[in-house]
Write a new protein. Structure first.
Length: 261
């Protein structure tokens, strides 16, 4: 018996660790702790947006009729009658009728004009064609409006592509519209342009090739005839041919201007 107890005591150091190992191996393992997954974000395929306000567009204002009241042709002139244009030649220049046209030619530094006889108009629209054949720089030619032998409005087309309006008397002239560039004014020669003027009361409006150019308000000359001119400003001669004059009646009542306080 003592021998058996001794053997058991001596065997305890070996048996106890083995039993402990067996117990550990027989226990179920604890699973590792895991984090709870966060919910996935919801994809918004059509995110809300502010409803755009209707866009307001500016109303297109129609171009006003710059030639109101133009009626039937009152006079057509093919420049075939010497009775109306006084053709003549001198050292200061020449006015020659030929082939249904009037040619004005001047030497360097000279000025010549002609006005149509037997015509007085106040409210009208007039057109004629001008063809410069010798012209450069600030040389000028053009149309005389409400003209007499001593006073008129003068629309000057300069050969550098600009135009100007003067009020002329036998003693002086005043610029009513300073020179402005125009794509319709011929630059130099040869060239061709259709000149137009609408005149009602104190309102004078001007066109080149049916393109509106400018207006002036002046009541000094209420009526007169139509004329043409040529002027050499440089040191070379100028020659311009005019043709196809037509004058139309205008029936138009100018609006009453609002009095200024």
């Amino acid at each position: 018996m003592k021998f058996i107890r001794l053997c058991f005591i001596l065997a305890l150091p070996v048996i106890l660790p083995a039993c402990a190992n067996a117990a550990e191996n027989s226990l179920p393992s604890t699973p590792p702790a895991t984090e709870t997954p966060l919910p996935s974000p919801t994809i918004v395929w059509f995110p809300p947006s502010a409803t755009p306000s209707p866009q307001a567009f500016a109303s297109q204002v129609p171009t006003p009729n710059q030639k109101p009241g133009v009626g039937a042709a009152r006079l057509t002139d093919d420049f075939s009658s010497a009775d109306f244009w006084n053709p003549a030649s001198s050292k200061d220049g020449s006015a020659i009728l030929n082939g249904n046209s009037l040619t004005l030619a001047v030497p360097a530094g000279a000025y010549i004009f002609r006005i149509r006889a037997d015509l007085v108009v106040s409210d009208f629209y007039a057109e004629l064609t001008a063809r410069p054949s010798l012209c450069k720089g600030q040389d000028e030619y053009g149309l005389l409006v409400r003209a007499s032998a001593v006073a008129y409005y003068r629309l000057a087309l300069m050969c550098n592509g600009t135009l100007r309006l003067d009020r002329v008397t036998s003693r002086s002239h005043q610029i009513l519209q300073p020179a402005v560039a125009s794509g319709d004014a011929p630059t130099g020669a040869p060239g061709e342009v259709r000149i137009g003027v609408w005149a009602v009361g104190s309102d004078l409006r001007f066109w080149l090739n049916d393109d509106y150019q400018f207006s002036v308000d002046d009541k000094n000359y209420p009526s007169g005839t139509i004329g043409v001119f040529a002027h050499s400003v440089a040191d070379t001669p100028v020659a311009v041919t005019f043709s196809d004059l037509t004058i139309y009646d205008v029936n138009y009542l100018q609006p009453t201007k609002t009095p200024q306080p």
